[in-house]
Design a binder for this molecule. Structure first.
Ligand code: FES
Length: 319
């Protein structure tokens, strides 16, 4: 994937441990590529350190990218580097936007369930639905109000009249955890529901939403708790070149293909960003990503080759 350079033109405090970074093109002659609500970009921080963040653009951010990052003491280094090392005026290298979390714009109701910093992709989604005059509801779960980014911005969006927000500050007096089953059970027919937040919340959400049509259920993970398939022992056929690559025990499909000298796009390499998604022509993938729905896994039209393996002896890919 080709990278582009952008400049950090502002860094803003949003909430406790949460900062926004506003990126602008280096020159007006090279505007940042357009994106749709739900999109994310990779930010190349230093050396091998790269992180993926949703675009959290609000109404005033046309032509810019806004990223909102929560400093996580258990972070593998990305959020700490963002908070401690980046400064306004600096140039950063970023990918073009990708989107695995697309908004369905014509649903009769869109319900967003955010866990903490998982609210970021929903800001442009809610703004978009408000501009279209479509109904939406946000359930925003954060431990305390002081940790909740964008409260004012969300209140401005609800004031426009098409959406409502329900805040769950579960560590505040009288607060309680969101009842996901009750939220899902109350959805009217045809509603689309979206969830972004910690892994445990997303697992509970997917379980609660099992009875809904899969095209109405959307989710985005920040990280994966699933081990990549590295059992190996099968052959990958690259349809376009006709070459064959044997995947040995201990390596992923992506690693095996790379070792054979074939370039394939990748980014997170843990099944959450979609950069390595590859069309499957035949064979039985062993899906280990956090992106595909149950229906998409059953259909197996594509797979994430950074983390998924194969249950058959041969796997033919559109590469
Ligand atoms: S590289 Fe991110 S899903 Fe494979």
């Amino acid at each position: 994937m080709s990278l582009i350079k952008a400049r950090i033109v502002a860094i803003r405090y949003e909430a406790r441990d949460v900062l926004s970074y506003v990126l602008a093109p280096l020159t007006p002659a090279q505007p940042l590529p357009a994106y749709a609500p739900g999109a994310h970009i990779d930010v190349h921080l230093t050396g091998a350190l790269m992180r993926t963040y949703s675009l959290s653009n609000g109404r005033g951010d046309a032509g810019l990218y806004r990223l909102t990052v929560q400093k996580d003491p258990k972070s593998r280094g990305g959020s700490i580097y963002m908070h401690d090392s980046l400064r306004a005026g600096q140039e950063v290298e970023i990918s073009t936007p990708r989107n695995n979390f697309e908004l369905c714009e014509d649903a009769p109701l869109s319900v967003f369930i955010a866990g903490g910093i998982g609210v970021t992709p929903f800001i442009p989604m809610m703004a978009r639905l408000s501009s279209l005059g479509r109904r939406w509801r946000l359930h925003y779960c954060v431990r305390t109000r002081e940790r909740a980014a964008f409260i004012e911005e969300i209140e401005q969006l609800t004031a426009a009249g098409h959406g409502e927000a329900v805040f769950n500050f579960d560590e505040e007096p009288g607060g309680s955890m969101l009842d996901l089953n009750a939220v899902i059970a109350s959805l009217p027919e045809g509603a689309h529901v979206y969830c972004c937040g910690p892994t445990g919340m997303l697992h509970a959400y997917q379980k609660a939403a099992e009875r809904l049509p899969s095209e109405c259920v959307h989710f985005e993970y920040f990280s994966s708790d699933v081990k990549a398939a590295a059992e190996g022992g099968f052959t990958v056929v690259l349809q376009k070149t006709g070459s064959e690559v044997f995947v040995k025990s201990g390596e992923t499909i992506l690693q095996a293909i790379r070792s054979a000298g074939v370039f394939v796009d990748s980014s997170c390499e843990e099944g959450i960003c979609g950069a390595c998604e590859t069309k499957v022509i035949s064979g039985t993938p062993d899906h280990r990503d956090m992106i595909l729905s149950d229906r998409e896994r059953t259909e197996s039209k594509s797979m994430m080759i950074c983390c998924s393996g194969c249950k058959s002896d041969r796997l033919v890919l559109d590469l």
